[in-house]
Design a protein around this ligand. Structure first.
Ligand SMILES: *[C@@H]1O[C@H](CO)[C@@H](O)[C@H](O)[C@H]1NC(C)=O
Ligand SMILES: *[C@@H]1O[C@H](CO)[C@@H](O)[C@H](O)[C@H]1NC(C)=O
Ligand SMILES: *[C@@H]1O[C@H](CO)[C@@H](O)[C@H](O)[C@H]1NC(C)=O
Ligand SMILES: *[C@@H]1O[C@H](CO)[C@@H](O)[C@H](O)[C@H]1NC(C)=O
Ligand SMILES: *[C@@H]1O[C@H](CO)[C@@H](O)[C@H](O)[C@H]1NC(C)=O
Ligand SMILES: *[C@@H]1O[C@H](CO)[C@@H](O)[C@H](O)[C@H]1NC(C)=O
Length: 395
């Protein structure tokens, strides 16, 4: 019974998270007009929750004033714990002042962003909203065992129905789960995390090749890794073994992007992506292309699709993809699909191109100047790895 009640908001939340559109609202700007909420606003920004709020539609933010934030900060939690606690204040549903005072049957349970992060287990991450005597509205995390609500509604700050409602509540909402110490993503071991979550083959290659440090080193500034599934890597292994040592390093680094990209960010932007293998003129880039809810990565040689999320916690995101990404710098560019062409482009082609087979004939890596840079670049990576190891030894 209870479970059903809880599953529906979760589905709504997932749906809300999925439909990312460029919304008009900007929580930072909304709260900036109210100096009483400057601390709350600041923490939304540095925990990156502000970006998450702006990306979503149909959302309620329960802000607390600077005094209530000072109570929270006096407990000296890590930034990641503060992020979990503040996530409890963001609901994946729209509650304007009117709706809050007209809750059917006097009480409702709503899912917070804490539920969406995957940090919360069971019912943790859900908040009860209750209409109380005298027109008051109370808020309590579901697992709270107190009879009194943890916080009460104070006032509406801004309502843009039904995109975003920003309200003030009296106190911080918190729970033992939200306060539990969380490992900072920067303390995570990317290779062992991938190995444990279905990308063992890829993780093993990185470890064997000594690229692990490059991934670990990139983590602090933000990192997105696209790891090919074990199946896709298995069928690719003969071609991988055929690569030169430098080619192997480049291929592995090609699967890392030196900035954090949440799934929402990937879904809401198409375009070129630099990778850890990108260096100077050596592009080693690929294109992110959204296709409905799917996120596709196009390299001109192959198109891979994201099929799962291993972790998505700023500054680290790791996604599983269904194919190995093949950079055009190392592999033959795929033959153009014989798609219907406009008369104009057909005419151009007939004058320019001698035959349709020409696309597939020339491997990109036959370019002699490309061959030259690869050796130089490989040396750079090896030097980087050495300097990292030296750095560790000297510390
Ligand atoms: C939101 O507003 C803040 C302050 O005006 C600004 O710095 C920030 O770039 C805006 N964010 C977006 C996504 O427009
Ligand atoms: C929250 O609501 C559920 C369902 O109405 C109820 O069983 C639970 O006791 C409530 N918890 C709190 C803390 O109010
Ligand atoms: C809600 O968002 C939509 C889409 O971004 C926008 O067209 C609409 O004006 C917004 N509504 C309000 C009240 O701001
Ligand atoms: C990550 O874990 C692997 C195996 O568990 C280990 O070999 C490697 O040194 C670790 N890397 C870091 C950066 O701690
Ligand atoms: C390996 O490279 C050789 C020489 O370029 C080529 O003939 C062979 O087909 C390649 N094997 C695979 C599995 O790609
Ligand atoms: C080879 O690479 C150079 C420099 O990147 C480029 O200008 C040239 O067009 C390339 N040639 C071929 C045949 O791809």
């Amino acid at each position: 019974m209870k479970l059903k009640v809880l599953i529906l908001p979760l589905l709504l939340l997932l749906a809300a998270g999925g439909t990312t559109t460029t919304t008009a609202h900007n929580i930072t700007r909304i709260l900036a007009k109210h100096p009483d909420f400057s601390t709350f606003n600041h923490y939304l920004t540095i925990t990156h929750l502000a970006a998450e709020i702006n990306r979503r539609r149909t959302i309620t933010v329960c802000a607390v004033d600077n005094a209530a934030m000072n109570d929270l900060l006096s407990k000296r939690f890590s930034l990641y714990t503060i992020k979990n606690i503040l996530s409890l204040h963001i609901f994946a549903d729209y509650f304007g002042a009117k709706k809050l005072h007209q809750i059917t049957k006097g009480s409702t349970t709503t899912s917070s962003l804490f539920q969406a992060t995957g940090e919360a287990t069971g019912t943790s991450g859900y908040v009860n909203i209750t209409d109380m005597k005298g027109g008051k509205v109370g808020f309590s995390p579901v697992e709270s065992d107190s009879d009194e609500p943890m916080a009460t509604y104070v006032k509406s700050i801004e309502e843009l129905p039904y995109n975003i409602s920003v309200i003030q509540i009296s106190h911080i909402l918190t729970s033992p789960e939200a306060e539990a110490p969380t490992a900072a993503p920067t303390d995570l071991n990317v290779t062992s995390l991938m190995a444990k979550q279905g990308c063992k083959a890829f993780s093993d290659l990185i470890t064997a090749q000594g690229d692990g440090d490059t991934f670990a080193q990139s983590l602090e500034g933000g990192l997105t890794v696209f790891c090919p599934s074990d199946d896709s890597l298995k069928s690719f292994m003969p071609r991988y073994k055929n690569l030169t040592a430098d080619g192997k390093i480049s291929l592995l680094l090609y699967h890392g992007v030196p900035v954090y990209n949440s799934l929402g960010m990937l879904r809401s932007s198409n375009g070129l992506m630099n990778t850890l293998a990108t260096e100077g003129v050596n592009k080693f880039d690929f294109t992110v292309q959204n296709d409905g809810e799917d996120v596709k990565l196009e390299t001109k040689v192959v198109t891979a699709t994201i099929e799962g999320t291993l972790i998505d916690e700023d500054p680290l995101a790791v996604y599983k993809i269904d194919k190995v990404l093949l950079p055009r710098e190392l592999f033959k560019v795929a033959q153009e699909a014989p798609a219907p062409k406009s008369a104009k482009s057909r005419a151009r082609e007939e004058t320019d191109a001698p035959g349709p087979a020409s696309d597939d004939a020339v491997p990109a890596d036959q370019n002699s100047s490309n061959g030259g840079w690869r050796i130089v670049r490989g040396g750079g990576i090896v030097a980087l790895l050495f300097s990292l190891v030296l750095g560790v030894l000297l510390v």
